[in-house]
Design a protein around this ligand. Structure first.
Ligand code: SF4
Length: 130
């Protein structure tokens, strides 16, 4: 986003959802785009974005969702990420209507549970199951 002057420190902090304290939501078309470019998980933790690698880098730069593309550490000299998000989010919503795709907007972790195969190995413990 060179025109907006945002800065990204490439720390991976904002992709570490639980530690950072936020979630990433995506529309159905964004999820389809993302998972077409992210055929397998870069980690085995179902609470993480499936593209978040152990080295704290994104393994799906080409497939990133709008939220990933506009969120930056700051400072924000020429506008806020949420303003930019709102502008392009309307275009995403309109794309669903134009192409007859049922609109949905969900946490990327929920999309992953639906659209990606489970990671190999032992499944993580579930609450209430011993
Ligand atoms: S797609 Fe990449 S940039 Fe977006 S949350 Fe996942 S790891 Fe981070």
């Amino acid at each position: 986003m060179p025109g907006w002057g945002f800065t990204c420190a490439a720390s991976g902090a904002c992709c570490d959802f639980d530690a950072y304290g936020h979630r990433l939501y995506a529309t159905r078309l964004e999820a389809a785009w993302f998972f077409a470019r992210t055929p397998r998980r870069a980690n085995a933790d179902p609470r993480l974005c499936p593209a978040f690698g152990r080295e704290r880098l994104c393994h799906s730069r080409a497939g990133r969702m709008l939220g990933c593309r506009v969120y930056h550490c700051g400072p924000y000299p020429r506008g806020l990420p949420e303003d930019l998000y709102a502008r392009y989010f309307e275009r995403l919503r309109a794309l669903h209507e134009r192409h007859g795709v049922p609109y949905a907007y969900r946490d990327i972790v929920e999309w992953a549970a639906e659209l990606l195969p489970a990671p190999a190995g032992n499944p993580p413990p579930r609450a209430g199951v011993q």
